[in-house]
Ligand binder design. Structure first.
Ligand code: ADP
Ligand code: MG
Length: 626
């Protein structure tokens, strides 16, 4: 019986949701706890430059905290005088005292508000810069990092850059708030306490080491729990990133229930880790409070001892100064003491909180910085040149390549020479290394040995963006973004200004103008996430138009027509034939029709290249391979 064949009570549903499914499911998507065997970086020192850059709001915030603490230390004695001598003061005196007190209280409120506003501005702006830098590094990083070599999933990256970066902001705020405002307030209060009653200050100070121990221990626990809950969250979002774009596939395979069970499992581990974290966060202040009640107890006991008159040798010191507590002038400060102790208790709790916030932010900092360590292995030489114009003569010389040290060779001493303006086709079994060849030409990877020449320039001596400008690529996996048709075609100029004439020309050449004209807003129509509002053939023609938008000399079509129906393919083929006249065209295909327009056809198999005579194209050898 399927779980949906009978109606379930609400309770049952709820119960089901709060426990993980018992079915066995492979966990294909799992965020890596620590993708690197890198040396552990001191996470706080790595964000130092980002914090330092925000010196203006930080200084402003700290200045406000100075005002706030000053107003506080001014208002405490006022409260003391007020409460102890209210009966002795005249109405005018009372009113004046009350006015002054009111001004200080108000000053404190305003200053505290601005202190927090400035410090948050510093923390959030710092994290903004950090985020932007990390993302830039990720984009410029190693392609292998995205292609699965590192085990870091896209969802994991997204999670680190979004929610975990916010943890970093909390940590920075906590840090900024501790360094000056809390320390300032604590020392001001301690001074006041010392002035009022040194011994009582000492007694309450005894609680501080105990509290430091407890906070350190709990903080460390919280750090561990926090790291784990970040991981479960990353796993959850990785999973969603993977499955949501494939919803059609899921439905077509009747896999809705299976996927929802898988989701439940990921969501449940996130739930339990998050709950652990919240419980820990609830526990810490309570424990701190117990200790402080201890301190207050000592205070009360001290005064009780004194009032009963039972001194002994051990309590001698505390007794002598506690006596001062009863002396008239100091007695009037009794409320000051209690008030100050209570305030100090609040501040210390703040510091405890800040420390926990920091401990919690630390793994987020580490994980965020991990993302920046996948430096691209493709390095641009400092003396690399720009080529304004190229003819499009491409030479692969003795190229060997593999994706990793222990991986098999994908290309093995491969040679290929494509003359300028020539159209060449490459065929071969899937997994034969055709796309790899393209990645090498674009210098997304560097070959293990051998070199690639364009117009007799080693591509390693050409500036990367210049090289990639001369090569137009329509890749096997079409990538379109949510945005308008024009934005997608003019993608290369998105940061500058999209040239609409070039967009329309490219669309016409790619035979895409016909369907674009029929879209509701033409070139301004939003094509939906990943271009989901277009058909496969339309998406592919849009991708071709995008490749044609730039002034390239070499055009690579990597199975660009594989997903097209025969009519669309004919349209694309016509487009390519038009381009063939004055460009070097490199067609990678597995369909014979596509290959027919090429002057020469090569077969890539087991890392070797072999030129096919036209008649052999139809031989059984070719059929068995493609
Ligand atoms: P083709 O385009 O001819 O189908 P590819 O060039 O994409 O083949 O792949 C060639 C081989 O390299 C395949 O065996 C594939 O599994 C492997 N490969 C491709 N990309 C990667 C990668 N990023 N990491 C490791 N192996 C890869
Ligand atoms: Mg391929």
């Amino acid at each position: 019986e399927t779980p949906l064949s009978f109606p379930r009570s609400h309770f049952f549903k709820l119960k089901l949701k709060s426990s993980p499914p018992k079915i066995h499911l492979p966990l294909t998507c799992k965020a890596s706890p620590k993708p690197l065997n890198s040396p552990k970086l001191s996470s706080l020192s790595s964000i130092k430059p980002y914090i330092e850059a925000q010196y203006k709001p930080i200084l402003a915030g700290w200045l406000c905290s100075l005002v706030s603490v000053y107003s506080l230390s001014k208002s405490i004695p006022k409260i003391g005088t007020f409460s102890s001598s209210i009966s002795k003061l005249s109405v005018t005196q009372l009113r004046n005292e009350g006015l002054v007190l009111g001004v200080f209280v108000l000053a404190r409120l305003v200053a505290t508000y601005w202190q927090q506003a400035f410090l948050w501005e510093a923390a959030l702006s710092g994290v903004h810069d950090l985020r932007v830098n990390v993302f830039e590094e990720v984009l410029q990083g190693d392609l292998a990092f995205f292609e699965g070599g590192s085990g870091v999933l896209a969802g994991d990256i997204a999670c680190r850059i979004t929610s975990e970066a916010n943890d970093v902001a909390d940590a920075i705020y906590a840090l900024l708030n501790t360094i000056v405002p809390s320390a300032l307030q604590l020392s001001a209060m301690a001074m006041q306490m010392l002035v009022i009653s040194p011994v009582l200050s000492m007694i309450s100070a005894m609680a501080i080491p105990c509290m430091a121990l407890v906070i350190t221990y709990l903080g460390e626990r919280l750090r561990k729990i926090s790291k784990k809950s970040n991981l479960t969250m990353a796993t959850l979002s990785s999973y969603l990133n993977e499955v949501l774009p494939a919803i059609l596939f899921v439905k077509a395979n009747n896999a809705e229930l299976c996927e929802s069970a898988r989701f439940q499992r990921f969501a449940h581990s996130d739930l339990s880790e998050r709950l652990k974290k919240k419980k820990m966060k609830a526990l810490i202040p309570q424990i701190v409070q117990i200790i402080y009640f201890g301190a207050l107890f000592i205070l009360c006991a001290g005064s009780l001892l004194v009032s009963s008159g039972s001194f002994d040798a051990c309590t001698m010191v505390s007794f002598i100064t506690s006596l001062a507590f009863f002396i008239e002038p100091i007695q009037s400060y009794y409320w000051d003491v209690v008030y100050t102790v209570l305030l100090c208790y609040g501040i210390t709790q703040d510091i405890g909180k800040a420390y926990n916030e920091l401990k919690q932010g630390e793994p987020a900092i580490e994980r965020l910085f991990d993302l920046t360590k996948f430096k691209s292995k493709v390095i641009e030489k400092p003396d690399a040149v720009d080529l304004d114009y190229i003819n499009g003569d491409v030479k692969f010389c003795d190229i060997s390549f593999r994706y990793g040290d222990n991986m098999p060779l994908v290309l093995n001493k491969m040679n290929l020479h494509i003359r300028a303006g020539e159209t060449v086709a490459l065929v071969g079994p899937s997994g034969g290394g055709k796309t790899t060849l393209v990645k090498l030409l674009l210098r997304l990877y560097d070959p293990l040995s051998g070199h690639i020449l364009i117009d007799n320039h080693n591509i390693q001596n050409i500036r990367l963006d210049n090289l990639r400008r001369h090569v137009g690529l329509v890749s096997q996996d079409i990538t379109l973004f949510s945005g308008t048709v024009a934005e997608n075609i003019g993608y290369r100029d998105l940061m500058r200004k999209i040239d609409m004439e070039k967009v329309e020309l490219a669309a016409r050449t790619a035979n895409a103008d016909e369907f674009i004209g029929k879209l509701p807003q033409g070139y301004e129509t939003n094509i939906g996430p990943r271009g989901s509002r277009l058909s496969g053939g339309q998406r592919q023609r849009l991708a071709i138009a995008r490749a044609l938008y730039q002034d390239f000399s070499i055009l690579i079509l990597d199975e660009a027509t594989s997903a097209l129906d025969s009519r669309s393919e004919l349209l694309v083929r016509q487009a390519v034939e038009r381009l063939m006249e004055n460009h070097t065209v490199f067609v990678i295909a597995h369909r014979l029709e596509t290959v027919m327009m090429a002057k020469r056809v090569f077969l890539l198999n087991e890392g070797k290249l072999e030129e096919l005579n036209r008649p052999t194209l139809f031989s059984s050898k070719y059929d068995s391979l493609v």
